[in-house]
Design a protein around this ligand. Structure first.
Ligand code: SF4
Length: 125
């Protein structure tokens, strides 16, 4: 973080980032977590960031908030969060061609039908 985004340590605590966030995130807090190397907390706090960049446009210290948050989420996903066995099994199934026929059938569908399927898909909780 220090090497890639040293400007986060120039934060003056004005909170303009949090006040301007279009997702009502506590932006200054997630930057504070990033400053302290608490990447898991930074990832959690910034999870709903849509990377619009409004916070950065308001920042007098020139901090790239969404990029800092993205790095924290990537570091968290790769090194800190527990491995997801279910996901690893699914990747193996895909690599083994388990879903090949289904995928090819999907690719033949018209765009409107694809949109309909996407909008009414089952979402795993
Ligand atoms: S880039 Fe993320 S944190 Fe910044 S204002 Fe947009 S949604 Fe909020």
């Amino acid at each position: 973080m220090m090497q890639l985004y040293p400007e986060i340590y120039a934060c003056i605590g004005c909170n303009a980032c949090t006040k301007s966030c279009t997702q009502e995130l506590n932006v200054m807090q997630y930057i504070a977590y990033a400053q302290r190397g608490e990447f898991e907390k930074c990832a959690e706090e910034s999870f709903d960031c849509v990377m619009c960049g409004v916070c950065s446009s308001r920042c007098p210290a020139g901090i790239s908030h969404p990029q800092v948050a993205m790095l924290a989420r990537r570091l968290n996903g790769k090194y800190l969060a527990p491995k997801c066995g279910h996901l690893e099994d699914r990747v193996k199934e895909i690599e083994n061609g388990t879903f090949q026929e289904l995928l090819e059938a999907l690719m033949q569908k018209p765009v409107e039908e694809m949109k309909e399927l996407y909008n009414h898909r089952e979402i795993e909780k």
